[in-house]
Design a binder for this molecule. Structure first.
Ligand SMILES: NC(=[NH2+])NCCC[C@H](N)C(=O)O
Length: 302
């Protein structure tokens, strides 16, 4: 049981290092002004950040997800693994439900973490919604928000986070389970690592695609009101204003960068977790425990 949490920690940290630059580009594209957009697209955004803010600009706000996502992944893989043991029968529905439960529970950490990350990523971009160096770091950001707006303030975007993460993580684990079975991921398979990377990357992409429109609204609500008056007075108003100004394209802004990030991040995360559990669970005579191939198929109580 404890191994699931440790495996999630390791997988989470590895994923953040690989994927944070793509996430920064995503948030900049999602939140930039429609009237005077700073960036023409994914590559232009990436190029502009590197040119104007150096490579370090791509890693703005990494403190929050590095602490948060490492802990979040420990919760996600720990809850999902234990939920699967509780559900006993390994069915596609149980894979989805166990993933959805993990996605729901981790929102408690994910929402404040993404609020700080989003605001740090928007700092110094010149956008109206951005704060010009208002925050020293992610923790300072949350402290200032809490001081000004209380608990409600640091949970801004919680409803959209729950709507995004609960089904999103259900799809995440269901896709991974389906693909690892279809690819025939076996402990003594010579191609096990590329297969796990492929299955993990595709699962991350499927998960983000499944709830991406909600992510756009969440980012806008979490960036709203910084350095100026609030533009939105709730989820429905944000959806209505966004649709009226930009149409359906609103809900695909930043998707390319999100998918470019999702594949390597989740390929790394799932492969790290699965291989760690597989090797830690090899049986007494050193034979790899095939059932540990799936991070959630743990029948041994650890
Ligand atoms: N919001 C989601 N779609 N979550 C599933 C993927 C989560 C994963 N930790 C990532 O950052 O990519």
């Amino acid at each position: 049981m404890a191994l699931d949490f440790v495996a999630g920690c390791m997988g989470g940290a590895a994923g953040v290092l690989v994927g944070h630059p793509f996430d920064t580009v995503k948030v900049r594209l999602q939140v930039q002004s429609v009237d005077k957009p700073l960036y023409r697209g994914t590559y232009h955004c990436f190029q502009s950040i590197v040119r104007q803010e150096s490579m370090l600009g791509l890693y703005k706000g990494i403190g929050s997800p590095m602490m948060g996502l490492t802990f979040i992944n420990a919760i996600v893989f720990g809850v999902q693994g234990n939920a699967m043991r509780m559900l006993a029968a390994d069915t596609p529905l149980h894979q989805f439900l166990a993933g959805a439960a993990a996605g729901l529970i981790q929102c408690v950490i994910c929402c404040p973490m993404e609020l700080a990350k989003t605001r740090m990523q928007m700092q110094g971009t010149g956008e109206k919604c951005a704060s010009r160096k208002m925050y020293r770091n992610s923790l300072d950001c949350l402290i200032r928000i809490h001081r000004k707006e209380g608990v409600r303030g640091i949970n801004r975007g919680m409803v959209t986070t729950v709507i995004r993460e609960t089904p999103g993580f259900g799809v995440y684990f269901l896709t991974y389970d389906t693909l690892t079975r279809a690819l025939g991921c076996d402990a003594d398979d010579g191609y096990i690592i590329p297969k796990l990377l492929l299955a993990g990357g595709m699962s991350g992409m499927a998960s983000w695609i499944s709830t991406y429109p909600v992510d756009v609204i969440k980012s806008r609500l979490q960036a709203d009101g910084v350095g100026g008056a609030n533009r939105y007075d709730g989820i429905v108003d944000c959806v209505r204003q966004s649709w009226r100004r930009e149409g359906w394209r609103t809900f695909t802004r930043g998707l390319t960068s999100t998918l470019l990030r999702a594949f390597p991040v989740n390929a790394t995360t799932f492969a790290t977790v699965t291989l760690f559990l597989m090797y830690m669970r090899e049986d007494a005579d050193g034979v790899k425990d095939c059932e540990a191939m799936q991070p959630n198929l743990q029948h041994s109580s650890l």
